[in-house]
Design a protein around this ligand. Structure first.
Ligand SMILES: N[C@@H](CCC(=O)N[C@@H](CS)C(=O)NCC(=O)O)C(=O)O
Length: 215
């Protein structure tokens, strides 16, 4: 039995939800409210699962897996079909590079904890925080778009098969919209996102479909 500790709006959790659904893995959903009571991720009980106090955490028996990209790699090795990485080394490097563009270079700068430090620690005002978010998110989307534009045409981010790059793209588009950036301004991203948003795995993994979604 797999248990996913997740927050509906968390883009890192959203990646793992998409991959679990694509691979047809059933899982229990354990909500971790990142805002209420100062953040449930800081509670002693959650810290025992994930000392970094972040979501997601995926629990499988005695395994406590943290870091969404490490979880995606574990899922890929444990449940190889359908594959979310290409067969060739160059293709895998490209897909991992696209995925890390968002996971390593953009998401940390839009994360709740980083924004809280900008506001409370460095006293940046709301307009400054918004400018920060829009700067880093737009820069990441523009770079991702340039990568898509230079590759041979395909249905998805890397050719005809779904990959980690698609799994990371949709949550980043969600985070962009939340912060006033319209990913539709980037033509390749817009086309692929529209296609992905029609797939059941992506629909079921969406933030507003989660049990802890606030409407
Ligand atoms: N690199 C980590 C990032 C995890 C992360 O930053 N999660 C955010 C939500 S998307 C979080 O738990 N933030 C809580 C906080 O900053 O207090 C991953 O990919 O799993």
């Amino acid at each position: 039995v797999l248990t996913l500790y997740s927050y509906w709006r968390s883009s890192a959790s959203y990646r793992v939800r998409i991959a679990l659904k694509l691979k047809g893995c059933a899982y229990q959903y354990a909500p971790v409210h990142l805002v209420r009571d100062g953040g449930v991720q800081y509670s002693d009980s959650y810290r025992q699962l994930n000392p970094e106090s972040r979501v997601p955490t995926l629990v499988s028996g005695s395994l406590h897996l943290t870091q969404s990209m490490a979880i995606l790699e574990w899922l890929e090795e444990t449940y190889p079909a359908p594959a979310l990485l290409p067969k060739d080394a160059a293709g895998r490097a490209r897909v991992r590079g696209l995925a890390q563009l968002f996971a390593a270079d953009v998401q940390p700068l839009q994360n709740l904890g980083a924004l809280k430090y900008l506001k409370d620690g460095l006293h940046v005002d709301a307009a400054g925080v918004r400018q920060w978010l829009q700067h880093w998110i737009s820069r990441g989307l523009a770079a991702f778009e340039a990568h898509l534009a230079e590759a041979p045409a395909g249905r998805y981010c890397h050719g005809e098969e779904l990959s980690f790059a698609d799994v990371c793209l949709v949550p980043q588009c969600y985070a962009a919209r939340r912060n006033g950036i319209e990913p539709g301004a980037y033509p390749h991203i817009a086309r692929i996102e529209a296609l992905l948003q029609q797939l059941p795995a992506f629909i079921e993994a969406a933030p507003d479909q989660q049990p802890d979604a606030e409407r």
